[in-house]
Design a protein around this ligand. Structure first.
Ligand SMILES: [Zn+2]
Length: 264
């Protein structure tokens, strides 16, 4: 699906997984041992074979594919993707996990750079241990909950947005877009944000994620959005025409408009 998977991409993978696998039985499993994180390909195959997939879940950037027994957990890292054999019959050398389903079709997890991976969890507790401490999912976060989370937080606002233990699912691109839409400098400190700014930020995060999900997981390159020009040489702000600035915030390369998003 293109760029680094963020929440909307993983939501699209969740739907894709559900469309092709929900209600179907696993006939066979092949896995690249370098992508299987907490078990072996043989144990993974033994655990999943004969099991039927339920409707998959998502938390932040994690896909949780429950069966009528254990769950398969997928993280897409930087280059992960899902492929259905009905659309792409031939296997590819970057297919790291192949789920052969009844009917003979295959759902494949492809990942060129092998960041992320696949995990096996036998129950909800084990799912929790694999996922680690995660904040509430950014998709369904109410304004009230968002304000509560920010109220306990100090330090840079972009770092806060991208901290998965505070809020699950916001990555670098969503953070930049939301901060730009809310007219907040990415290095502002959370404790200095006004009530109005916090409310704007919540609305912007929600808009960016929902619009992206509506575009099948791809962040839409709307001309009125920062992401339509972000990273291009000589990019200017789609709102005011000021040349964009580049900085580091939250440990990541960050683009913003120095005129719409002043630090003071
Ligand atoms: Zn601007």
């Amino acid at each position: 699906m293109g760029s680094v998977p963020e929440l909307p991409d993983v939501e699209a993978y969740r739907r894709f997984f559900g469309t092709h696998a929900t209600g179907r039985t696993v006939r066979g499993v092949w896995a690249d041992p370098t992508i299987v994180r907490n078990t072996t390909p043989i144990a993974l195959a033994r655990a999943l074979k004969g099991r039927r997939f339920a409707e998959p879940e998502r938390l932040g950037k994690w896909l949780i594919a429950w069966t009528d027994g254990p769950a398969l957990l997928l993280h897409f890292g930087m280059t992960g993707d899902l492929v259905w054999s009905g659309q792409e019959p031939e296997r590819h050398r970057h297919d790291r996990l192949v789920l052969e389903l009844n009917g003979g079709e295959e759902l494949r997890y492809r990942n060129m750079r092998k960041l992320g991976g696949v995990w096996l969890a036998h129950d909800a507790d084990e799912v929790g241990r694999v996922l680690g401490p995660l904040g509430p999912d950014a998709l369904d976060l109410t304004r009230r909950r968002f304000l509560e989370l920010l109220a306990r937080r100090r330090g840079g606002v972009k770092a806060a947005l991208m901290d998965q233990t505070l809020l699950a699912g916001v990555g670098n691109l969503i953070a930049d877009e939301a901060l730009w839409q809310a007219r907040i400098h990415p290095r502002r400190r959370v404790e200095t944000l006004t009530e109005d700014e916090r409310a704007r930020l919540h609305a912007a995060v929600r808009t960016v994620i929902r619009e992206s999900i509506r575009h099948h997981g791809r962040i839409p390159l709307k001309r009125t959005w920062l992401l339509s020009v972000r990273g291009r040489p000589d990019a200017t702000c789609p709102r005011c025409g000021t040349p964009l600035s580049r900085t580091e915030a939250g440990g990541r390369t960050t683009y913003f408009c120095p005129s719409c998003q002043p630090l003071e």
